[in-house]
Design a protein around this ligand. Structure first.
Ligand SMILES: C[S@@+](CC[C@H](N)C(=O)[O-])C[C@H]1O[C@@H](n2cnc3c(N)ncnc32)[C@H](O)[C@@H]1O
Length: 276
């Protein structure tokens, strides 16, 4: 989420897939430079961080043991500058990234050049994946597209199509409980001010009422039902604890709230069906 200028107004209201995509593409193109400048060092050019708590895939092993990743065909959805996929490549995987924002993908090219570890990436949306059926062993997203998409059914159906039977799909999103509170890392963020069950999207509108940035809320139960409908079997739900001594504030994530309630949910699933 960007710093909100005076000409942008936060509201809660319904937004369809097309308008969500248009708004978020523009927002991420405009925000990409600042995002990479602010968070790039924390993410690491070849690092795989699952969220603002700073937990690394190398420690959590969400996608399985490192030796199982060797040769794995992986798809990162909402890959940004491709840091996570670059880490996977360094472990011997064959990653591909996909992101809505061209500017984010230009940063990915920049890091390819800087590190010499190249992540082939395409510009596209999570609701229409430009890949063949069953061509990935693993699909994943670290705070990527999932909470920016209105049409979660289309997205999950696409992910189910491109991941082979027996493959893995894992993703992190803002922990749904956080939607009941202001997006504030300070004391104001400790109050419950909204209904957890209110799925109305968070929207930043311009002066003419057009959406400029959109996030969609799903409860834990919504995610479990969605995954089940699309043939994913939930294996784990990580709610990583705020690490001792970690003082970094990222938007609404910080040590004050982080020590009390989870800020990130990581869903880990197996794609039902046999490997072909
Ligand atoms: C918070 S960033 C996370 C990027 C990266 N995973 C990281 O950890 O830095 C969210 C990313 O999701 C992308 N995104 C948003 N909506 C998307 C969509 N519908 N399809 C694909 N990517 C999307 C944005 O362009 C942005 O790069």
């Amino acid at each position: 989420m960007t710093t909100i200028p005076d000409s942008v107004h936060p509201v809660r209201r319904a937004v369809n897939e097309e308008d969500s995509r248009r708004a978020n593409r523009g927002d991420w193109d405009a925000y990409a430079d600042e995002y990479q400048r602010t968070h790039g060092g924390f993410l690491g050019d070849t690092g795989f961080v699952w969220g603002p708590e700073g937990h690394q895939e190398a420690d959590l092993g969400v996608l399985g043991p490192a030796q199982a990743l060797r040769g794995a065909r992986t798809l990162e959805i909402g890959s940004g500058a491709g840091q996570c996929s670059r880490w996977l490549r360094s472990q011997g995987a064959e990653p591909v990234g996909l992101d809505l924002s061209e500017r984010q993908l230009q940063h990915s090219r920049r890091l390819d050049d800087a590190t010499g570890i190249v992540v082939p990436s395409v510009c596209g949306t999570a609701t229409a994946l430009p890949f063949g059926d069953g061509c990935f062993d693993v699909a994943f997203s670290s705070f990527g597209a999932l909470q920016f998409v209105a049409d979660a059914e289309a997205m999950l159906s696409e992910v189910a199509r491109v991941v082979r039977g027996g493959g893995t799909f894992a993703f992190s999103v803002t922990h749904p409980i956080r939607w009941a509170m202001p997006d504030d890392a300070g004391p104001e963020g400790l109050a419950v001010t909204n209904s957890y069950w209110d799925r109305t999207p968070y929207v930043e509108e311009d002066d003419d009422g057009r959406p400029r940035y959109v996030e969609h809320h799903r409860t834990l139960g919504d995610w479990v039902a969605l995954l089940h409908r699309h043939g994913f079997v939930l294996r784990a739900l990580h709610e990583p604890q705020w690490p001792e001594g970690h003082e970094r504030v990222w938007g609404g994530w910080g040590p004050l709230r982080g020590r009390l309630i989870p800020g990130t949910a990581i869903f880990v699933t197996d794609r039902a069906g046999r490997a072909d």
